[in-house]
Design a binder for this molecule. Structure first.
Ligand SMILES: O=P(O)(O)OC[C@H]1O[C@H](OP(=O)(O)OP(=O)(O)O)[C@H](O)[C@@H]1O
Ligand code: HPA
Ligand SMILES: [Mg+2]
Length: 178
């Protein structure tokens, strides 16, 4: 993909590896949520690609909802302040919820969302994250379904952005700045 001057992309996880892992996660979740009323809650914007693929890898009559939050804004560092830009559309009473994230980095975003969703009356709340960057964790959050652990590098693609760019890459790439 074309980049801005001074930016380079190096593939960290190929589209093929990602698809294979998403299929595995989908099969696991299908087995774990038999006979349960499942709602996937995608955290916008970064999770939009992952939710689309994961939802289709789960063979259950699930519902999908979204929350929009932002903590990174234009930066490559979390501001530490999580703002809700869009809340849930539906009640979670009697539902089993999986919060779907593209990445857990400091953990600040998911820590906030996990508390928020758990206060909304769901029967259970689990977390599914495609990427986990444990080296940068500031608060502990449980990741019940995990795609890949990645090193401490800023990544883009498969929904992840820098300053809104590169979400449409099929691979997950390191962003290298010169
Ligand atoms: O673990 P953390 O350090 O909190 O980082 C993870 C969060 O940061 C990114 O969101 P961002 O704020 O960039 O919003 P976006 O999804 O709209 O890009 C990402 O999508 C996660 O939601
Ligand atoms: O590595 C990252 N890339 C894009 N967005 C992010 N938000 C937290 N970590 C990252
Ligand atoms: Mg972002």
């Amino acid at each position: 993909m074309q980049t801005l001057p001074g930016e380079r992309l190096e593939v960290l996880l190929s589209a093929r590896d990602i698809q294979a892992r998403v299929e595995q996660l989908g099969r696991r979740i299908t087995l774990d949520y038999q006979d349960k009323s499942l709602v996937l809650i995608g955290i916008l914007k970064g999770s939009f690609v992952f939710v689309a693929d994961l939802a289709r890898a789960i063979d259950l009559p699930l519902a999908v909802d979204f929350m929009a939050v932002s903590s990174y804004g234009h930066a490559t560092k979390s501001s530490g302040v999580v703002r809700i830009l869009k809340d849930l559309d539906y009640s979670l009473d009697g539902k089993h919820v999986i919060v779907v994230e593209d990445i857990v980095d400091t953990g600040l975003t998911l820590n906030y969302i996990y508390g928020h969703v758990r206060s909304r009356g769901a029967m259970s709340v689990k977390i599914c994250a495609l990427l986990d960057k444990p080296a940068r964790r500031q608060v502990a959050v449980p990741v019940h379904y995990k795609g890949f652990e990645i090193p401490d590098e800023f990544v883009v693609g498969y929904g992840l952005d820098v300053d809104e760019r590169y979400r449409n890459l099929s691979d997950v790439c390191r962003l290298v700045r010169s």
